[in-house]
Design a binder for this molecule. Structure first.
Ligand SMILES: CC(C)(COP(=O)(O)OP(=O)(O)OC[C@H]1O[C@@H](n2cnc3c(N)ncnc32)[C@H](O)[C@@H]1OP(=O)(O)O)[C@@H](O)C(=O)NCCC(=O)NCCS
Length: 249
């Protein structure tokens, strides 16, 4: 179990998952580990300190390993202005990390986006319920036996974080926990009902979860219901001129 080495691969319906062990201590990432990344990624890692450097490097290594599993050359992946990993046109992907593990999910781009979230099971934090759940979700969770309330809450929390990441390229704003309602089933899927305050969409969401090596892994794939919808361009939002007639997908 060497830090920054592969922990596991996993093929899911949304893409290839790769996980990388992270060191328990937040010491600077060794140079021989940084050497595995692209120079641009290394330059970004050097701007980060403590666990942020460790987790950033772990996430990028996991993304590389997952991309290689797809049979593609790993690209340099830097964060966009909102922190979302900026992948080349042919790929979609997402990253999540916990104290000792970083995971990335990658798939070929067929007009959707991906969000992934990794959660440790415990300790239970039922106090987040009011912030994370809508009144209807809360009534469902609170009606469960006491020992089932935390897993039911954690599942909804994790799926919502994955929803956030997958939605961000389309909406490019903070989406609150109460803008989505999640009804997980017992087969690793979940129904999602979005009520986006900005009126964006409509979107087609596919949400999945599994317990993998003792942790919860959630993933969400988002695609616009109307094919041909385009993702907002960050440069346009920043007020920079995008040449008239330039092509976007
Ligand atoms: C952004 C957020 C989801 C990140 O989750 P987290 O538990 O803090 O951290 P994770 O380890 O799971 O994920 C971090 C990774 O998310 C990715 N990420 C960060 N901002 C992102 C964004 N705007 N869009 C997509 N992915 C993003 C990055 O890859 C980041 O890792 P990196 O910086 O090493 O590349 C979380 O901080 C947040 O703001 N949540 C509240 C909003 C929310 O979940 N709403 C629910 C809507 S239904």
């Amino acid at each position: 179990m060497k830090p920054f080495d592969l922990a596991y691969h996993h093929a899911s319906a949304h893409g290839i998952v790769a996980a990388v062990h992270l060191p328990d201590a937040a010491a600077p990432v060794p140079e021989e580990v940084l050497d595995r990344l692209h120079p641009g990624e290394v330059a970004h890692a050097r701007t980060l300190g403590g666990f942020r450097q460790v987790s950033f490097v772990g996430g990028r290594l996991a993304l590389r390993l997952a991309t290689q599993q797809l049979g593609l050359q790993p690209p340099a992946v830097l964060p966009d202005d909102r922190g979302c990993p900026e992948l080349p046109e042919e790929l979609i992907g997402s990253i999540s990390h916990k104290r000792t593990l970083a995971v990335a999910m990658v798939a070929r781009n067929h007009g959707a986006t991906l969000g992934v979230d990794l959660e440790d099971y415990g300790p239970p934090r039922l106090g987040i319920m009011g912030r994370v759940l809508t009144p209807r979700e809360r009534a469902i969770v609170e009606s469960l036996p006491a020992d089932r309330q935390w897993p039911a809450l954690l599942l909804r929390f994790s799926l919502k974080e994955a929803i956030y990441k997958a939605l961000d390229p389309w909406v490019r704003r903070y989406v609150g926990f109460l803008e989505a309602e999640v009804d997980p089933d017992t087969d690793g899927g979940a129904a999602v009902h979005l009520q986006l305050e900005g009126g964006e969409g409509p979107f087609d969401l596919d949400a999945q979860y599994c317990w993998l090596h003792g942790r919860l892994l959630s993933s969400v794939r988002v695609r616009p219901v109307h094919p041909g919808a385009s993702r907002p361009d960050a440069r346009e939002e920043a007020g920079e001129l995008v040449a008239a007639g330039s092509e976007r997908d």
